[in-house]
Design a protein around this ligand. Structure first.
Ligand SMILES: NC(=O)c1ccc[n+]([C@@H]2O[C@H](COP(=O)([O-])OP(=O)(O)OC[C@H]3O[C@@H](n4cnc5c(N)ncnc54)[C@H](OP(=O)(O)O)[C@@H]3O)[C@@H](O)[C@H]2O)c1
Length: 296
């Protein structure tokens, strides 16, 4: 079993956005980064230089033997394959080695090949976005106070929580069977919020606005109040008021002008109607009328 306390001897596989950020933060908290492995040797070399790792390579065979923590930060589709390669060819002492991946959707089952060798395995997902456009320094700033979703072997929890503390974050445990829903929650909170704002942006431009700026106070207030309260209490607008005429006009107008946004309007309108039902206050007849328009 790996040690929980003290600095770790870390090797990273996957010198991409998440791997670079995590290793940079851990190196600043006195953990030693021993090796950086990535498909492109130049990417491995440049991160290795930054985090003062002795080894940079494109092969897991070159991973430093003294490693006691491996981070596999490659695309989700390749995690199990990398775990298999590690189990076959890495010169590690498995009984003292922990391995985690930062995927939001996969569980520690993706690491079953290294677990079979005796490694302690878990997943530790930073609940933050890592867009390509953001500079590494800005990304490090964005990691302050971030939550990390932990899922994995029970005896890995202590180690994960120390890592999260060193990363300047907070940890929440996710039951293995709930990881899918957990990840969908993250997708709604981040990617779909951006997609919905993208629709608002397109419509605003079409309506002659300069972009999202005039909507900024509306966006920020809605998000702030929703975060500090219960979504069903915060919802306003035509669905909350049961304005059948307005909703019909929106749906009819969008079906001509912006059919894709029109489809999204109806589905998201149904989600808004669920909140209204939970809150109560709209009569059954009105709810039926709204449902008919939004389901059409
Ligand atoms: N992006 C996000 O917002 C986000 C948020 C939370 C969690 N995550 C998770 O973090 C993990 C990494 O995502 P990312 O966004 O950092 O991806 P990324 O920027 O695309 O980086 C992935 C890195 O893995 C390397 N790689 C790919 N296949 C490899 C292999 N077989 N062996 C060694 N290296 C390999 C790539 O190397 P080369 O460039 O050298 O080819 C690349 O540097 C994923 O599990 C993802 O789900 C991502």
């Amino acid at each position: 079993m790996p040690r929980d306390q003290g600095p770790r001897s870390i090797s990273l596989i996957g010198a991409g956005r998440v791997g670079s950020t995590l290793t940079t933060l851990l190196q600043r908290r006195r953990h030693r980064i021993l090796s950086v492995i990535s498909r492109r040797p130049a990417a491995a070399r440049s991160l290795a230089k930054l985090v003062r790792a002795r080894k940079a390579s494109s092969s897991v065979r070159d991973i430093a033997r003294e490693t006691d923590l491996v981070i596999i930060a490659v695309p989700d589709e390749s995690i199990a394959e990398v775990s298999y390669e590690l189990s076959r060819s890495a010169p590690l002492v498995w009984s003292r080695t922990a391995v985690f991946h930062p995927s939001g959707v996969l569980t520690h089952d993706a690491l079953s090949d290294v677990a079979a060798c005796g490694a302690t395995t878990f997943s530790l997902h930073p609940i933050q976005t890592f867009p390509q456009q953001i500079k590494p320094r800005q990304q490090l700033e964005l990691m302050k106070g971030v939550w990390y979703g932990f899922e994995g072997e029970d005896h890995a929890r202590g180690l994960a929580s120390r890592l999260v503390r060193d990363l300047g974050g907070r940890m929440v445990s996710i039951p293995k069977e709930a990881k899918l829903l957990y990840h969908v929650a993250c997708v709604f909170a981040s990617n779909y919020t951006v997609a919905v704002l993208g629709a608002a942006h397109a419509l605003a431009l079409k309506a002659g606005l300069p972009g999202l700026e005039p909507l900024q106070p509306l966006i920020e207030t809605s998000v702030r109040l929703t975060l500090s309260g219960d979504p069903k209490d915060i919802l306003t607008g035509p669905v909350a008021r049961g304005s059948v005429r307005t909703i019909r006009a929106h749906v009819n107008g969008l079906s001509v002008e912006e059919p894709l946004i029109g489809d999204a309007y109806k589905v998201i309108g149904m989600l808004a109607l669920e909140l209204v039902k939970q809150r109560g206050g709209l009569d059954e007849k009105r709810i039926r009328e709204l449902t008919d328009i939004l389901r059409r």
